[in-house]
Design a binder for this molecule. Structure first.
Ligand code: HBI
Ligand code: FE
Length: 286
């Protein structure tokens, strides 16, 4: 498909920051206050550092020109405005070139908890703080390059699961405890609590092949979350792995459904806060 008439060939548009109304800035401030209050002790240190470095606590919707001065210096990334969802090839091309696309619109006051397309609060509050971390910044650019390859191989469905279970809904094991870093969680009031505290979902140690085989749900909180041991490890695994042989290897394996535990999974026991092999029960040191 081709970009709307007011957009550039790469689907970017002017953020037009001066056009936001007072009530739109108020929606940002309301969402910001609610999320930032609960995130200490829940969000990863990388995310909280990013909020701080990027000065996102300033009132009102961030002005990308200002934000980009800091972000560029930190990791070489910039945020560009788009009208909404963009085609996959355009999305990956931007990521590979260290441009994160953000919707320039904000949800209405009666949609604080639910919206269909990612708005500026999800995109900027949820995603951009992590892009101030060098390891995550490099991971996202590598993901963009991987996306362009996946389009050629016809394996976008598999690769999109990696984005879903890390960038959108990832958990990280820090020395102080389990933390959230996925944008879909940190930008959601309900899921920020559910993902860490609720007894029902599984928290499974990240395994690349396992994640690429796992379906996901877009209609409700996740039932399976994947836990990375560190951002260094996430970056290492993804840049050191040639995904083509992995796609080939899993092509005739069954997909894994949204709430399933399979042989080999290392799962967090919420009672003991220890990880154990799901079948043998043997404890795992991480
Ligand atoms: N466009 N604006 C926008 N934001 C996204 O997160 C996005 C997109 N287009 C495609 C896309 N995501 C997905 O197809 C990829 O995650 C695979
Ligand atoms: Fe997102």
């Amino acid at each position: 498909s081709s970009p709307p008439a007011h957009a550039n060939a790469d689907w970017t548009i002017d953020q037009d920051w001066a056009a936001y109304s007072d009530s739109e800035h108020d929606v940002w401030d309301t969402l910001f206050a609610r999320q930032s209050e609960m995130l200490p002790g829940r969000a990863s240190s990388a995310f909280l550092n990013g909020l701080d470095i990027l000065q996102l606590s300033k009132p009102g919707i961030p002005d990308f020109a200002e934000l980009n001065q800091i972000l560029m210096d930190a990791t070489g990334w910039e945020v560009v405005a788009v009208p909404g969802l963009v085609p996959d090839d355009i999305f990956f091309e931007h990521l590979a070139n260290r441009r994160f696309v953000s919707g320039n619109f904000i949800r209405k006051p009666d949609q604080l908890d639910y919206l269909q397309e990612p708005d500026i609060f999800h995109d900027v509050f949820g995603h951009v703080p992590m892009l101030a971390d060098q390891r995550f910044a490099d991971y996202m650019a590598a993901y963009g390059r991987g996306g362009l390859r996946a389009l050629k191989f016809g394996t976008l469905e598999q690769l999109a699961r990696l984005y879903w279970y890390t960038v959108e809904f990832g958990l990280i094991q820090e020395s102080e405890g389990l933390r959230i870093y996925g944008a879909g969680i940190v930008s959601s009031y309900g899921e920020s609590v559910f993902a860490l505290d609720d007894d029902s979902p599984n928290r499974i140690m990240f395994d690349l092949e396992r994640v690429l085989r796992t379906q996901y749900r877009i209609d409700d909180y996740q039932q399976n979350y994947f836990v990375i041991p560190s951002l260094d490890e996430l970056l290492r695994v993804t840049v050191e792995t040639d995904f083509k042989p992995v796609y080939d290897h899993i092509s005739d394996m069954p997909e894994i459904s949204i709430a399933e535990i399979v042989k080999g999974d290392v799962v967090l026991n919420m009672g003991t806060q220890e990880y154990a092999n799901s079948k043998t029960g043997q404890a795992t040191i991480i």
